[in-house]
Structure formats: structure tokens, C-alpha cells
Design a protein. Structure first.
Length: 151
């Protein structure tokens, strides 16, 4: 987001017509983004196949990509650390809940819906907002009166 490429992508997301008016070829940026995303996805699949020793057709089932999407949304979409936090929390909760009950997907689905409805910024967004609120000190004027106030 802080690179020129990221700034153009943010501009396309916010107002594509304005980005075009500024002289950017938005189609080329979109194609580049898709190529990068597919490239990283292909690299991840190749690394997983090398790690596991095989690639079964089960990996093409829609629930596999759905789990990844859940991890991204729960962790915090649009950030780098958010999906990592979402993946860690998903695997941890899956492991803990599967030891207690066979209905762990139902419980995790409820948690997922709660994140979508009440915390769309995800875990990372909650953590950063709490950190910002703790840094903001109420009454930061250190007891000074406003100019012109009666003493």
C-alpha cells in the first residue's frame, strides 16, 4: 500500500475513473495484479505438493479455498499479518474444538459469522484499534486551560 504500485491499486479501488484521468493504465495494473495473485497461488500449490509428496484432487474442492478465505476474513483482509493471524487461529481452534466435539465446523462457522457481522476488520483490526485507543490519552492538554478562559 505504501509503494507506488499499491497506491495506484488503492486509487483504482476507490475511484477508477479518477485514476484513469490521472493517466494510469488501470487495465494493465489489474492484469498485473491477477498475474501476481495466480503466480503466488501456483507457487503455494507447488510448494505444498513438494511438501506433502503428492497433490490429491481433494485440494480442488471448493471448501479448501473456502477455508483460506475464512482465515483471511477472520484475520483481517487487506493486511499482511491479518491472514497469518487468521490461519493460526483457525488451525488452533480447529485442533482444540475437534478434540471436544465433532461439530467443530458449526462452532467455527458461528465464530466466522460473528466476525463478519461485528468485527469486519478481523483480529488484526481489533488489535490495532485497541493499541491506538490505549496510546490516545484522554485530556492530553496536560491540564492547561484554553486561551481566553476565565481564571
Amino acid at each position: 500500500m505504501r509503494s507506488p504500485f499499491g497506491a495506484v491499486l488503492a486509487g483504482i479501488r476507490e475511484n477508477e475513473a479518477k485514476t484513469i484521468a490521472l493517466g494510469y493504465n488501470t487495465r494493465a495494473y489489474k492484469i498485473t495484479t491477477v498475474v501476481l495473485a495466480y503466480g503466488f497461488g501456483g507457487l503455494a500449490g507447488a510448494l505444498y505438493a513438494a511438501f506433502a509428496g503428492f497433490a490429491s484432487p481433494e485440494l480442488f474442492f471448493w471448501l479448501t479455498s473456502g477455508r483460506v478465505l475464512i482465515m483471511v476474513i477472520v484475520g483481517g483482509a487487506g493486511t499482511l499479518i491479518g491472514p497469518i493471524l487468521g490461519g493460526v487461529s483457525f488451525v488452533f481452534l480447529e485442533h482444540q474444538l475437534s478434540q471436544v466435539t465433532d461439530l467443530w465446523p458449526l462452532i467455527f462457522g458461528t465464530i466466522f459469522m460473528a466476525f463478519v457481522m461485528f468485527a469486519p476488520q478481523g483480529i488484526w483490526g481489533i488489535l490495532t484499534s485497541r493499541f491506538r485507543s490505549r496510546r490516545a490519552v484522554p485530556g492530553s492538554d496536560s491540564g492547561k486551560e484554553a486561551p481566553g478562559a476565565a481564571t
